[in-house]
Structures are given as C-alpha cells and as structure tokens.
Write a protein that binds this ligand. Structure first.
Ligand code: NAD
Length: 437
C-alpha cells in the first residue's frame, strides 16, 4: 500500500460560485435543494452514486466513493453566482424550462434566495444577451477587483470555510491565446488597458486565482487554460480544470468511439447534427461562438482514434459537427449521428444514433462532481491542472505538450486511480495476475 496523502477535513460550508445562472446552473442548484427535501436522487453523479473497487476482487471491498474520500457533504454547499439578468434562480429555472414548475414551486424559498450578483459582461464576446445586471468600471482591472470584493463578501456573509468557482456562463467567442495571455504581468497590464482579447470569463478566472479559489470551466471558451492562469495556479497550488462539460452528443461519441476502435472497426465518416432551442442554442447560433464549440467537439475523435497510428482505419475520417438553433425544442436537444463504418475486407456498414437528450439533466451531476472534487483537490494541496478530472470534460485540459485522454473508460480508470492514490490504496491496472485472483 502507498502512503495516503494528507487531506484537510471537509469541515464547514463549501461555497459554490457560478458565473452564469442559466439552465445548467439552476438545474444543478435545484437538484441539490430537491435532494435535501428528499424530492430526488443524484442520478448521474460519480461522487454520489458510484462505488469504487479497492484491492483484489476477492477482497470484495467496494465502498461508495463518497464514503471512501473525504468529500464535502451536499448539505454543506452554499450557492452564489453572477448573471447579466436579475432573475433569482427560481425565476431563471422557470425560464430555462428544464425542470417542472411543480418541482420548482416546492423549492421556491431556497431558490429565490440565490440571487445573481452583477456580472462582468462584454457583448463583444457573447451576442444576443440584453440583461442589465452588469458591473460598470473604467477598466477591466477594476472589474476584476469588484469580483474579488464579491467573493470576499459572499464568503463572509455565508460563513463559508472554502470556495470553488465553476464557469457556467454562455460560450464566449473563439479567442486564440496571444501575448497578453502569456504572463501574469502582461495580463495585468492588459486588464488595466482594457485589452480587447481579455474576455469576461478570464476576468472571473483571474479574480478566482487572486482569491485562491479553485476554478473549473464548464464551457469551451478560453479561461483557465490561458498560460498566465495555468502558471499562476501551478505556482500557487490552486486547482484548475476544464473544459466544456461532456454531455449529449460528445458523451455518446466518447462511448461509441472507443468501442469501434477496440474492435479495429474502420470509420469513414461521422456526421453529427444537433437542434436545440434554449439560450445556449441561441448563443451558439452565432458563428463566433459556434467556432469555440466546434473546436472543442471536433478534437474528441482524433484523440480517441489515433489516425496516425491506425491510418488504414481512420486516416480519411470525415468528421462534421453542426448545431442549429430550433426554439420549439427548448432544452430538449435532439442529436443525430450518422456513422459510416467499415469492417472485414473494407465492407461498409452504418450506425445511426438519434439521441433525444436533456442537456442540463446530464450536465447538473457533472457540476456537482466537479465542485466536490475541486474542493477535495484543494484540501489535498493538489494545485494546477487537474487532468484526472478529464472524465467530466469534452476538451480535457492537460499540461502543455500532452495529448488529452478522451476515451471515457480510460478517463474513469484515471479518476479512480487518482482517488486510490490519494487514499494510499493500491492502483488497479487490470494488467497483473492479481486481476484474475
Ligand atoms: N447544457 C449542457 O449540457 C452543456 C454542456 C457542455 C457545456 N455547456 C456550456 O455551459 C454553458 C451554460 O449552458 P446553459 O445551457 O446553462 O446556457 P444558458 O444560456 O441557459 O446559461 C448561461 C447563462 O450565463 C449568463 N452569462 C453569460 N455571460 C455571462 C457573464 N459574463 N457573467 C455572468 N453571466 C453570464 C447568461 O445570461 C445565461 O443566463 C454554456 O457555455 C454551454 O455551452 C452546457
């Protein structure tokens, strides 16, 4: 057995700060309040539902993850957040139309109490939003300082021991990292000079870093993967993780892709299209914002299939992803995948997937897991990029030069082995003779 890592206990309240109180954030918040009242179960959550095998199979040690590692209790979570709209989370959840009004009405008092703080917002990064709950300041540094004040005040007023921040705001337009994102000095200079390539989500990430708060990114835009934030998080031992929650179509892709690869089935083409009608769909209807999402969605297959190593099976794969805004569907997204595969002697076959999914229902448990595991990482002094949390993300953030792991099953092994390592248990590789004992 290894030596267990030192982990500070999860005492007191954990503040979960969410920039962006829209569909996924309010579905998460409502879910936690519903569970406290015994009105629902945390289905889809790794930390709440999974068991983890320890030692040899013959030992029959399979505790619940939440009993194995010292996680904060869901009863100790306090929610806070920012949004460009003034709606409290009860109103925002009604607007999002994910959860039924009959359920939300039972949670009304708790949800009305979670009101958005004024947002840092810039319409150059997200179009189609006209909310007025926005901070004003003469430069971006002042906006960052105002966020730091919010964080401090929230922590005191809610008597929180610890905080984590998870970006649940809209997908911002695509930004390539430039010189201003490179070092903290350049970034701070950029904040003072209102540099146009510093987006709001980066300002939140900067504020979180300065307050020592772990930051995860639930969307695909550039935030905690900017080099200056990575560097600061590493040097100051603050956990960061991203990006873009692995739900919906990409979840299916990372389940099916490794399956075909494992059987050495070739893939000639993978065409994916989505229709959705929520606010996220509206934002993604703009080409600048879609570009950010497209980059995140396209990278998945390449990494799973490794065409450079398997050229005859995957070199010519034609991969196309489309997202279309279609209001009648609301949050009930519909995804179609047409997969052209080939087998023995190159004979062609097809797989069609029609996934009628509820994105926010799939996203909410991931937000809970990310919140709790980022807090765990902080208490275990694990700073910088938390690659072991790749399981939850569409574009897992890794150290520079490393290829991300997209295969959901490998991601799960990595996640579980990290927890075993933290707790001083033997890693399980499924390779040794022990496996058969
Ligand atoms: N739904 C999913 O399963 C899923 C999966 C992966 C990623 N995401 C990403 O998560 C994010 C949220 O998705 P959603 O469905 O909840 O969208 P949504 O439009 O319902 O919510 C986003 C909220 O963010 C707010 N916002 C935008 N910019 C802000 C800012 N600068 N500060 C504070 N608030 C801001 C908006 O006003 C809106 O209320 C999107 O970026 C989406 O792409 C969602």
């Amino acid at each position: 057995m290894n030596k267990a890592q030192e982990i500070r206990p999860a005492e007191g309240k954990l503040g979960v700060l969410l920039p962006g109180l829209g569909a996924i954030a309010t579905t998460y918040i409502a879910g936690i309040f519903a569970m406290r009242k015994g009105l629902g179960e945390p289905i889809g959550s790794f930390t709440q539902m999974s068991k983890i095998r320890l030692g040899k199979r013959t030992e029959k040690r399979n505790p619940n993850v939440k009993d194995f590692v010292p996680l904060a209790s869901t009863d100790d979570i306090v929610f806070g957040g920012w949004d460009v709209y003034e709606d409290n989370t009860y109103e925002a959840a009604l607007n999002a139309e994910v959860l039924e009004k009959t359920l939300l009405d039972q949670l009304k008092d708790d949800m009305e109490a979670v009101k958005p703080m004024k947002a840092v917002f810039d319409e150059n990064f997200v179009q189609f939003l006209d909310g007025k709950n926005i901070k004003e300041a003469s430069n971006k540094m002042e906006l960052a300082e105002a966020l730091m004040e919010d964080i401090k005040r929230f922590k005191e007023e809610n008597n929180c021991e610890r905080l984590v921040m998870v970006w649940t705001g809209s997908t911002e337009k695509y930004v390539e990292p430039t010189a201003v994102h490179k070092t903290m000095e350049a970034f701070e200079e950029g904040l003072r000079n209102n540099d146009e390539s510093i987006s709001p989500s980066l300002i939140y990430a900067y504020a979180a870093m300065k307050m020592g708060v772990p930051y995860a990114n639930g969307a695909p835009n550039l935030t905690c993967d900017a080099p200056c934030i990575v560097d600061y998080a590493t040097k100051n031992s603050i956990p960061i993780a991203g990006k873009d929650l692995k739900t919906g179509q990409t979840l299916m892709k990372t389940i099916l892709g490794p399956g075909f690869k494992t059987r050495n089935i070739g893939i000639a083409g993978w065409f994916s299209t989505n229709i959705l009608g929520n606010r996220d769909g509206k934002v993604l209807d703009h080409p600048d914002n879609f570009k950010t999402k497209e980059v995140s969605k396209l990278s998945v297959l390449e990494s799973i299939l490794e065409p450079e190593q398997y050229p005859s099976l995957y070199k010519d794969l034609y991969h196309k992803v489309r997202i279309n805004y279609y209001p009648p569907h609301g949050d009930a997204k519909e995804g179609w995948d047409n997969i052209d595969i080939f087998g023995w002697l190159g004979y062609k076959m097809q797989v069609k997937v029609n996934f009628l999914c509820k994105d926010s229902i799939l996203a909410a448990p991931l937000l809970l897991d990310i919140s709790l595991l980022m807090d765990l990482a902080q208490r275990a002094n694990m700073g910088g990029i938390q690659e072991w949390l790749s399981f939850f993300f569409k574009s897992p953030q890794t150290a520079e030069g490393l290829t991300p792991i997209h295969d959901i099953f490998l991601q799960k092994v990595k996640l579980e082995n990290t927890l075993r390592h933290m707790m001083g248990e033997d890693l399980i590789t499924h390779l040794g003779l022990d496996y058969y004992e």
